[in-house]
Ligand binder design. Sequence first.
Ligand code: PEP
Length: 248
Amino acid sequence: MAAERKFFVGGNFKMNGDRKMLDSIVENLNKTECGNTQVVVAPPTVYLSYVKEKLSDNVNVAAQNCHNVAKGAFTGETSPDMLLDLGISWVILGHSERRHVFGETDELIGKKVQYALEKGMQLIPCIGEKLEEREAGTTEQVVFGQMETIKNNVNDWSRVVIAYEPVWAIGTGKVATPQQAQEVHQKLRQWLAQNVSDAVSKSTRIIYGGSVSAANCKELAKQPDVDGFLVGGASLKPEFSDIIKARC
Ligand code: PEP
């Protein structure tokens, strides 16, 4: 694993939590120490400022989504400009639930990537194949296609952390084996070398998401091309500390 790729652990709270629950998550995070790991958590939009104010400075806060314009008649949406106004500089884009529950297309995700970067944000774009795509042997084709859209809209890779999240592993308890994760991560890194540059391939963090837990994180973290995790369900539990410390 390259020394320049700092291990990265993101927590995606999805549409979960109230102030009481968030208080206990924040308390746990504030006492979790692992200087070698970058930690970013994504609470629901309404709680972004609440969580940011309580978290210690070494944990960053991300939005779970944003739109691709500054303002206007887009009921229910949040713009990067608004997030930055609140001091939130990170955003998850193209999560599988945005793609498959809310019907976001690659094209829209590309526009969001482009606009959020233009505004100065740091991104966690998500990619990953569905079960039927894996079974049909099209995993590479799917994730490379998603990468192509992202690549066409990225002008600064230093502000991008790619999350590989096989859809069949998200929220299902079915984690990819360390070998399965490593295989795709290694291919994604090779893709970056061939389609962007060697430097970007070596420096870009590729994190894994899909039922990561305290029990499986250590083996996954040993894989040379796994540079961290995006954690859903377990980020709401005390075991999130163990995941943050997977490579401490
Ligand atoms: C996610 O929501 O990004 C995720 C990986 O969820 P879980 O860890 O619950 O599978």
